[in-house]
Ligand binder design. Structure first.
Ligand code: ZN
Length: 349
């Protein structure tokens, strides 16, 4: 099985009425955890690398880790996605490396910090869409600005600073032709998302529902959607960590999103917490150990458990064998002849 286009994977998820977790990879243990979870639950999967990951691991290492996953798990559809591309050049380099999907986050300027204007966002995203679709590659855009900072990327501040305006989302989808759209509904990157269990005053699910009604063919993406479960926080603090009390996005809210057009859910923090907790536990309980495998193995298992649970909760479990990946040439043809066009004026809403 070849790597699959993220567009095909999300179209299938829409048909099946489920969401697909997009899990970040930086090293071998993380991709092993993701792929074992996908095998265990028979899930299609999105593996994504941020710019920070590409710097940390180097492109060639990352690319070959993905190729190895593809060889070892031929029954699992895998989309390889660039998370938060900051410029046309970053997205172009990911496409040339063999990624099947890119995010052009034009909500921020290329410094990855300063909010960009709507016109700037449209312009750079449209340029990436033209380049990517000619090559059969999927594009995720972003409208509105998420809170927090992750891997040096983000405007900081609260998730409520720049909530997506549904009218702008429709105009953006029309003018760019993106396949998937990340929207800002109050979530933030990182562990510190909410200071109490989020309700409608801080998590704007009504905005998401309004956007989906007007953009039924554009797959919605939830970023900053780790649930930051208390048991994972507790393990870290029990073994010497100092995390402040915090709340993530409850799984029930994500499931409500999935019933309303959310097809891709980004999860990174929960996996980071699971890994760190498992390593701290080994260090605290058996300080005489010094073989990295003694703590990397439980770390990998802890992450696999979180990923497998999310795959079940998002509904992607059991869907690995539903379809055959289309060749990239079929995607190129679909974009060229208009059958993959999602613009609201074309799909008639
Ligand atoms: Zn993100």
């Amino acid at each position: 099985m070849a790597l699959v286009s993220m567009r095909q994977l999300l179209d299938e998820a829409a048909k099946g009425g489920y969401g697909v977790g997009a899990f970040n990879v930086n090293d071998m243990e993380q991709i092993q955890a993701i792929m074992e979870a996908a095998k265990e639950t028979q899930s299609p999967v999105i593996v994504q690398a941020s710019r920070g990951a590409r710097q940390f691991a180097q492109d060639r290492y990352l690319f070959h880790l993905i190729l190895a996953a593809n060889e070892l798990y031929p029954e699992i559809p895998i989309a390889m996605h660039q998370d938060h591309g900051n410029s046309f050049e970053t997205c172009k380099s990911a496409i040339e490396l063999g990624f099947t999907s890119v995010m052009m986050d034009g909500s921020l300027k290329a410094d990855g910090k300063t909010p960009a204007s709507f016109e700037e966002n449209v312009e750079v995203t449209r340029k990436v869409v033209d380049f990517a679709h000619e090559r059969g590659v999927t594009v995720e855009g972003e409208i509105g600005v998420l809170g927090g900072v992750e891997d040096g990327h983000g405007a900081g501040g609260s998730g409520l600073d720049h909530i997506t305006d549904p009218d702008q989302a429709v105009e953006f989808a029309e003018r760019t032709g993106v396949d998937a759209l990340a929207i800002a509904i109050g979530t933030s990157h990182g562990a510190y998302k909410f200071t109490k269990k989020p309700d409608g005053s801080v998590l704007k699910m009504d905005v998401l529902i309004a956007i989906h009604k007007r953009l039924p063919k554009t797959h919605l993406v939830m970023h900053g959607s780790s649930s930051v479960p208390k048991d994972l926080q507790d393990i870290i603090n029990q073994y010497g960590g100092k995390l402040k009390e915090t709340w993530g996005v409850p799984v029930e809210e994500i499931q409500l999103g999935i019933r309303n057009g959310v097809r891709k859910i980004n999860v990174d923090t929960d996996n980071r917490l699971a890994i760190t907790g498992a390593i701290r536990k080994v260090f605290a309980e058996t300080p005489e150990k010094f073989d990295p495998r003694d703590y990397l193995k439980p770390a990998r298992e802890a992450m696999q458990k979180v990923v497998a649970l999310r795959m079940q909760q998002f509904g992607q479990a059991g869907h690995a064998q539903d379809y055959k990946p289309l060749p990239i040439t079929a995607m190129i043809k679909g974009y060229a002849d208009g059958t993959l066009d999602t613009r609201p004026s074309v799909v008639g809403v």
